[in-house]
Design a protein around this ligand. Structure first.
Ligand code: BG6
Ligand code: MG
Length: 210
């Protein structure tokens, strides 16, 4: 292994609660039932695919134009909520593990479906930290398609076999395995049969890599 490609939401930081609040506000306005369990299904899934999951409970059919407006409405609120994030939201465990992996000589990259990746990294004080950032702005297929990780490996000039993907979502483990990457899975991702290294904590990455 020469590099580690990290998912962002649920691995480096915890934005679930903000996604939930913003989707919940939209769902409430539209009179659609939405709860934390449905929110769990949105992990690793693109913004538009997330909206489609929420609209499964809607009695009304919406046009593409209306859906685009709903996604923009949710994102505006989400971005507003992200303004609360600061370097204090980066845990000591994540920061010290990233520093140790860097000191051990690994290239470090992000592979996230989020179009807000750069904003989130800058809120966390990690704006200039990673060697490559592949995110929702440079892909046409979201996880479980491997594109986001393949682009990250490409940016690092490395083949997938030399990059470990770190994920919290099952869709992310599927994306890694479809792209020929080994993976470390945290939380529900650790239960996926394709997960190479199930880990209970982010810091356990050191037991695999250092
Ligand atoms: C992923 C999250 O990282 O990004 C998903 O796990 C989210 O829940 C997706 O839907 C897209 O995020 P954004 O910021 O582009 O709306
Ligand atoms: Mg995630």
């Amino acid at each position: 292994m020469k590099a580690v490609i990290f998912d962002l939401d649920g691995v480096i930081c915890f934005t679930d609660k903000y996604h939930y609040q913003a989707w919940k506000a939209l769902a409430d306005r539209l009179g659609i039932y939405f709860d934390e369990q449905i929110n769990n299904r949105l992990r690793g899934v693109s913004r538009m695919a997330s909206l489609d999951i929420i609209l499964e409970r809607s009695e009304k059919e919406y046009s593409q134009e209306e859906k685009d407006a709903f996604a923009a409405e949710k994102n505006a609120l989400y971005v507003e909520l992200l303004q609360q994030m600061s370097p204090a939201d980066l845990s000591d465990e994540v920061k010290s593990t990233l520093d140790e992996l860097r000191a051990a000589g690994y290239l470090l990259a992000i592979g996230s479906s989020s179009k807000n990746t750069k904003l989130i990294l800058s809120r966390l004080g990690l704006g200039d930290f990673f060697d490559a950032i592949s995110d929702g702005t440079n892909i046409t297929h979201s996880k479980p398609h491997p594109e986001v990780f393949l682009m990250a490996a490409d940016m690092l000039h490395l083949p997938p076999a030399e990059c470990l993907v770190v994920e919290d979502a099952k869709a992310g483990i599927e994306a890694a395995s479809a792209g020929g990457f080994k993976s470390a899975g945290i939380g529900e991702a650790s239960e996926h049969p394709d997960c190479t290294y199930p880990i209970a904590h982010f810091a356990y990455l050191k037991t695999i890599l250092v």
